[in-house]
Write a protein of this length. Structure first.
Length: 356
């Protein structure tokens, strides 16, 4: 989640969280469903006070502008640099003339372009779909699996991945070819976004541009938060990951969606209902017990069931507070849980779609 086919991916460590939503990945959906628990779901408290602030009817949240705005124009790198690359490894980057940045949410690619280095990128993942990157060769396949042969064919001088990039054999094959591979945390939260930007900037030798981007990102988060109603009324908001009518997962703690909901001034429905997994398959009865005031979905997920009307027709949805008011908000999966430099714009767009 730009990215996502990315949601229930998330990170392997928790310091919101792509996850996208991270996002959520088809490759790991089976694992997520297999890990789904039958944890009892208790009725969360009513949030009727929120109604006066909430829009009725389906909404689509879109970001202003369709492309990444670089914070600098072709910044000059200071190289070589030696950085930590996870697992006790250190890696030395000597050239950034041909960059490949890959993760499930498209966050790394977004950061590289926002740093002003988009002209040096030669390959992308499936989630990096904004116009400036859209024509680049794709090096990931089904389920966001990295294809090492596709990477090596592009002769990169540095490859950026995160700790959740799979399969590990592909990453090892790239390392074995003597191409520097820098691994970043797969945690995607609002709070960790500045550090991720700084880490990417440091690995590419453009720390000053990184600080500029952090400043801009934090300013946009502050501005977006200020546009929300005060108080918001604390609406209960459910994030549903949908891939067809038979795969509906409710986000819970550490999914990334919970962090986003908190930033929007709401209560995460899955967490409030007692879920313990990041994403849990839910029945219509469980959804009724969660009883959200607003439902968030990825646009591609909504499309898989016939659009927003299809979401409202899913079992249990019509009897929730959200269903009765038709409060379903969709956003592109490459944006909603990417937690990159555009996170302030994401908060602003969702806030506009949720609140009057």
């Amino acid at each position: 989640m730009r990215q996502q086919h990315l949601i229930p991916h998330r990170r392997q460590d928790r310091t919101i969280t792509t996850t996208t939503l991270g996002l959520a990945l088809i490759a790991v959906v089976g694992l997520l469903v297999g890990a789904c628990t039958a944890a009892p779901m208790e009725q969360p408290s009513s949030s009727e006070a929120a109604d006066s602030h909430l829009r009725g009817g389906p909404q689509t949240a879109t970001l202003p502008g369709s492309d990444v705005m670089p914070v600098a124009t072709s910044p000059t790198p200071t190289l070589p640099v030696t950085v930590d690359s996870g697992g006790g490894r250190k890696v030395t980057v000597t050239a950034i003339s041909r960059i490949i940045a890959v993760d499930r949410n498209g966050t790394l690619g977004n950061i590289v372009f926002a740093l002003g280095l988009g002209g040096r990128v030669v390959g992308r993942d499936q989630s990096t779909t904004f116009p400036a990157a859209a024509k680049l060769p794709v090096v990931t396949g089904n389920g966001h699996q990295l294809n090492s042969e596709s990477v090596l064919a592009l002769n990169p001088t540095v490859v950026l991945v995160d700790a959740a990039t799979t399969p590990p054999q592909a990453v090892d094959a790239i390392r074995a070819s003597q191409i520097p591979v820098v691994t970043f945390s797969s945690t995607r939260t609002i709070a960790t976004t500045p550090d991720l930007i700084r880490s990417v900037a440091a690995a590419l030798g453009v720390k000053p541009a990184g600080e500029q981007l952090v400043k801009r990102t934090e300013s946009e988060i502050t501005a977006a938060t200020a546009t929300l109603p005060h108080p918001t009324g604390d609406p209960t908001i459910a994030f549903l990951y949908i891939r067809g009518p038979h795969l509906v997962l409710l986000a819970g703690p550490n999914s990334g969606a919970d962090d986003l909901v908190a930033a929007l001034g709401g209560t995460d429905a899955g967490t409030a209902a007692g879920l313990t997994a990041e994403f849990t398959a839910v029945t219509d009865e469980a959804l009724l017990r969660a009883n959200p005031d607003v439902i968030l979905v990825m646009t591609q997920g909504a499309d898989s069931v016939g659009g927003l009307d299809g979401v409202l027709a899913l079992p249990g949805v019509s009897d929730t507070n959200a269903g009765r008011a038709r409060r379903v908000v969709q956003m592109d999966e490459t944006e909603v849980l990417s937690f990159g430099p555009d996170i302030g714009k994401v908060i602003g767009a969702l806030g506009h779609a949720i609140y009057t």
